[in-house]
Design a protein around this ligand. Structure first.
Ligand code: IPM
Ligand code: MG
Length: 356
C-alpha cells in the first residue's frame, strides 16, 4: 500500500528523532512491501525564522492533504519572548484544531524490563501499570477566550475554560470505546468541586454511560488523580480528561514509566487522518548532540501504522523491535540505569531497525 505522510521535524531534538522515525518507516516499507511518501512541512520555530509565522497556510495545507502527520517537537528559548499568537506552540494548536484532532491518546505502560528505572517505591513499581490517558485536545482553556485588560488593581490577564456538551460527549465516546476493548473501567478526571465546566463534564460522561452499561465509570478530582498516579498507578486503566488536566497528568504518567523519552501519542478526529508525535518537547539543551531518545517517536510511528493505516502487523513489528532492544539492555542516556555507555540516537535507531 502507498501512503503520503506530512513530516514536521520542528525544532530542537525534533530534527534528529524524526530522521530516526523516517528510517524506521523505510525499514517497514522494505520488509512489508509498502511505499511511504514524505512531504516536509515547516512549522514551529523554524517556520517563524523562515516565514515569520509558526504555521503558514501553505504548510497547513500540506497536512490537510496528507494521509497522516508525523511531528517531532516545536519550540525553544529563541522564540520564548514572542507574543502568544506568534509562538511556535501555536503551530501545534493550529494543526490540532484545523485537522479536527480532538482525541489525544497517550498510553503509559511500565515495561517490566524498565522497573528499576521507575522513580516510585519498589513495591509500587513491582505491581507495574498499563494505562491509556485520553486527553481532549481541541477545546478547554487552551482554546477559550483570553486577553488582558485593566482592572481595579491594574493589568490583569484571563483564559477561559469552556466545554460544550458536544465536545465532552465525543471525547467520552472515544474513551468508552477504548474501555470496551480493555478492562471496561473508565476513570474520568475533573475538578467538579470547583469548576462549572467540570460539572457539565461529569454529567455528560455519566449520561453516555447508558450506551456503554458494561463500563464502570469512576470520577476522580484532578488533584487527587495527581497524587494517586504516584501512590498507586496500577488502579488506572483508561482515563479520560480535558485538555489542560490531560497535558499535565500525561507528563506525570510518562515520568513514572522511567523516562518521558519513551511515550508516544496519537491525535485523532473523525477521519482516519491523525497526527503522531512523542509527548516530550523539543529539549533544546540536548539538541544536535545525538543523545535524544528516539523511542517515543518510533512508537508514535507504530501508532500511525495501526490507527491511520490499519497496518496492525507492521505496527506490532515496530513495537516488538523496541521491546527487543530494551530487553537486550540497550539504553539511551535519559533512561535511569543506562550503564556506562548509553547509546546515541542513531545507534539506538540502528538497533531497532535491525530487529524489524
Ligand atoms: C503537549 C505539549 C503541548 C500541549 C504544548 C507544546 C503546546 O505540552 O503536547 O503535551 O500543551 O499540548
Ligand atoms: Mg504537554
Amino acid at each position: 500500500m502507498e501512503f503520503n505522510i506530512a513530516v514536521i521535524h520542528g525544532d530542537g531534538i525534533g530534527v534528529e528523532i524524526i530522521d530516526s522515525a523516517i528510517e524506521v518507516l523505510g525499514a517497514v516499507a522494505k520488509k512489508f512491501g509498502h511505499k511511504f511518501n514524505f512531504e516536509p512541512v515547516s512549522a514551529g520555530g523554524n517556520a517563524i525564522d523562515k516565514f515569520g509565522e509558526p504555521l503558514p497556510m501553505a504548510e497547513l495545507e500540506k497536512c490537510l492533504r496528507s494521509d497522516s502527520v508525523l511531528l517531532g517537537a516545536v519550540g525553544g528559548p529563541k522564540w520564548d519572548t514572542l507574543p502568544g499568537h506568534l509562538r511556535p506552540e501555536r503551530a501545534l494548536l493550529g494543526i490540532r484544531k484545523e485537522l479536527g484532532l480532538y482525541a489525544n491518546i497517550r498510553p503509559a505502560r511500565l515495561m517490566p524490563i524498565l522497573k528499576d528505572a521507575c522513580p516510585l517505591k519498589k513495591e509500587v513499581a513491582e505491581k507495574g501499570f498499563d494505562m491509556i490517558i485520553i486527553r481532549e485536545l481541541t477545546g478547554g482553556i487552551y482554546y477559550g477566550e483570553r486577553g488582558r485588560r485593566i482592572g481595579q488593581n491594574g493589568v490583569e490577564a484571563y483564559d477561559t475554560e469552556l466545554y460544550s456538551e458536544m465536545e465532552i460527549e465525543r471525547i467520552a465516546r472515544t474513551a468508552y470505546e477504548i474501555a470496551m476493548g480493555r478492562k471496561k473501567q473508565l476513570i474520568s478526571i475533573d475538578k467538579a468541586n470547583v469548576l462549572e465546566s467540570s460539572r457539565l463534564w461529569r454529567e455528560v460522561v455519566h449520561k453516555l454511560n447508558a450506551e456503554y452499561p458494561e463500563v464502570k465509570v469512576t470520577d476522580m478530582l484532578v488533584d487527587n488523580a495527581a497524587m494517586q498516579l504516584v501512590r498507586n498507578p496500577s488502579q488506572f486503566d483508561v482515563v479520560v480528561t480535558g485538555n489542560m488536566f490531560g497535558d499535565i497528568l500525561s507528563d506525570e504518567a510518562s515520568q513514572i514509566t522511567g523516562s518521558i523519552g519513551l511515550l508516544p501519542s496519537a491525535s485523532l478526529g473523525e477521519s482516519g487522518r491523525g497526527m503522531y508525535e512523542p509527548i516530550h518537547g523539543s529539549a533544546p539543551d540536548i539538541a544536535g548532540r545525538n543523545i535524544a531518545n528516539p523511542i517515543a517517536t518510533i512508537l508514535s510511528v507504530a501508532m500511525m501504522l495501526r490507527f491511520s493505516f490499519k497496518l496492525e502487523k507492521e505496527a506490532a513489528a515496530v513495537e516488538n523491535a523496541v521491546n527487543a532492544v530494551l530487553e537486550q539492555g540497550c539504553r539511551t542516556a535519559d533512561i535511569p540505569g543506562n550503564g556506562t555507555t548509553p547509546l546515541g540516537t542513531r545507534e539506538m535507531t540502528a538497533n531497532i531497525i535491525e530487529k524489524i
